[in-house]
Design a protein. Structure first.
Length: 511
């Protein structure tokens, strides 16, 4: 049994050896019957303004008669867009066909493939190059990756960068001015005389002054002063707008008082008119309409007191005129003139109402005293009349001489108006500081131009073999990167700065 197994194994090895030798002997013949191309696959990366040329070497098993290369359309898989076959040309160099005599014969043919990519869209296109020969056909895979030239992508990146710088500059320098200017609009409209309801003239004049201050500060780029003046103007406008009816009522009272004073001229009319005008002028400065109403009420009280003292002096003068004793009458006339002089010196200030009250008390005391004198004279006259009748002196009663009536000169009071309720070398230090500011400014923008913008261009364009395949989306991505680069620069330089003045890093230092 062992002998048989050993015998079978020996003959099996002999068979395997002869089969292997047969395959090796036949392989050159089989290879000689097959065509081949070098390169077997064509892959091209190019720009869309190029004409690409590639050389092919075709190995045929026989002659080159009937050899033909037919290109197909190159189609983009994403949307079916194609580079037509008409833009692909193939030239056979039959004169360079070299018959192979070694190894069983065959022919080696060179050909030139030319692809016109001018105006082609970006993306990856795939197709085939069909090789037809007398012995059969051969397919050569053809892949073309097209990207747009760098000009427009660079402009897109720079456009985004410029837009970002513009926005940063606007937000740092212009936006604060625009915000304050926009806040001025309702205030300017409120000062229009045709606006209903119209704003009282004192508020309009005061608001116009603040608007002028804000405008002047904005023209001088003094944002601090502009904000302060604008806040004051807005507060004043809000105070009037919230209680416009109450404010208007107080101004109507003052107008009525002014008209009354104008209709009844008197000595201190000009002073009263000036006081009313000053009260109106300072109305916008009042803390509230209630505070202003209090001032109007004080003016009313002052006018009422002034009128009451005028009436009291007139009554006192009339009573003095009824005195029968010349000496007593002269004495009281002097007292009335003294009161008149004191009356003329009374201040027309609402804060001096206490002085008016004290003067009124003095006039009342003088009037009471005069009434006692008058009663005594009346009693004396009655007694004399009775005595005369008793003794029948002269057959008639003694006539009592009547003193001439006395008028109070120089006292004219208006009627009461109707009122309601550096180092050791400064020059060198300044030069060094300016140089450092310029260096910081250039480094700040170097971060954008070199690191951020250039890095984004390399990432989105240079490494993208098919830039433009997505149309405007690729360009918008570059613009967005450029825009974001400036935003990142502001954030980076802001964190790195952290010093006074760093918020103006977008501005170059003054020379």
């Amino acid at each position: 049994m062992q002998h048989r197994l050993r015998w079978c194994g020996w003959w099996g090895g002999v068979v395997v050896l002869f089969v292997g030798l047969g395959v090796v002997g036949l392989s050159p013949a089989v290879a000689q019957d097959m065509a081949s191309v070098n390169p077997a696959q064509i892959t091209i990366n190019a720009y869309n303004n190029e004409v690409i040329i590639r050389n092919l070497r075709i190995q045929l098993p026989g002659s080159a008669d009937g050899l033909e290369l037919v290109p197909s359309d190159l189609v983009r898989a994403s949307d079916g867009r194609a580079i037509p076959a008409q833009q692909i040309s193939v030239t056979l160099d039959n004169s360079a066909a070299v018959p192979r005599t070694s190894g069983g014969g065959g022919t080696l043919v060179s050909s030139v493939v030319q692809i016109d990519l001018r105006g082609a869209a970006g993306g990856e296109f795939a197709g085939e190059l069909l090789v037809r020969h007398a012995q059969g056909t051969l397919l050569i895979p053809l892949t073309v990756r097209v990207k747009h030239t760098w000009g427009l992508p660079l402009l897109a990146l720079l456009g985004g960068l410029v837009a970002g710088i513009g926005l940063t500059t606007y937000r740092a320098q212009v936006q604060p001015l625009d915000e304050l200017t926009a806040r001025l609009k309702p205030l300017v409209a409120a000062t229009d005389p045709t606006t209903q309801p119209p704003m009282p003239e004192p508020f309009r004049a005061a608001l116009n002054e603040h608007i002028f201050d804000v405008t002047a500060a904005l023209n001088g780029r003094d944002l601090g002063t502009a904000r302060t003046a604008l806040a004051t103007a807005e507060g004043m406008y809000a105070q009037w707008r919230k209680q416009r009816e109450a404010w208007q009522q107080q101004f109507d009272h003052l107008d009525a008082l002014r008209e009354t004073l104008a209709a009844s001229p008197f000595t201190k009319q000009e002073q009263f008119t000036h006081q009313i005008a000053e009260l109106e002028r300072t109305a916008p400065q009042a803390s509230s309409v209630a505070d202003f109403a209090k001032q109007v009420a004080q003016t009313q009280q002052l006018a009422q007191s002034y009128l009451d003292q005028r009436t009291a002096l007139q009554q006192l003068a009339a009573q003095v005129g009824t005195l029968t004793d010349p000496a007593t009458q002269e004495q009281w006339m002097a007292a009335v003139r003294a009161l008149q002089a004191e009356y003329d010196k009374l201040p027309l200030d609402a804060k001096a109402i206490d002085q008016h009250t004290a003067f009124a008390t003095k006039v009342v005391a003088q009037r009471d005293q005069l009434e006692q004198v008058l009663l005594a004279e009346q009693e004396e006259r009655r007694t004399r009349s009775l005595d005369a009748e008793s003794f029948e002196v002269g057959g008639a009663a003694m006539a009592t001489p009547k003193a001439p009536a006395m008028t109070l000169q120089g006292i004219e009071l208006p009627p009461l108006p109707l009122l309601g309720a550096v180092g050791s070398n400064p020059s060198r230090s300044a030069s060094q500081a300016t140089w450092r500011l310029w260096l910081a400014f250039l480094l700040g923008y170097g971060v954008v131009l070199v690191l951020l913008a250039a890095g984004g261009f390399a990432e989105l364009y240079a490494k993208n073999a098919v830039f433009g395949a997505n149309g405007w989306a690729d360009y918008l991505a570059l613009m967005a990167w450029g825009f974001g680069a400036e935003t990142s620069r502001v954030a980076i330089t802001g964190m790195a700065g952290g010093v006074p003045g760093s918020n103006r890093s977008s501005d170059p230092p003054a020379a």
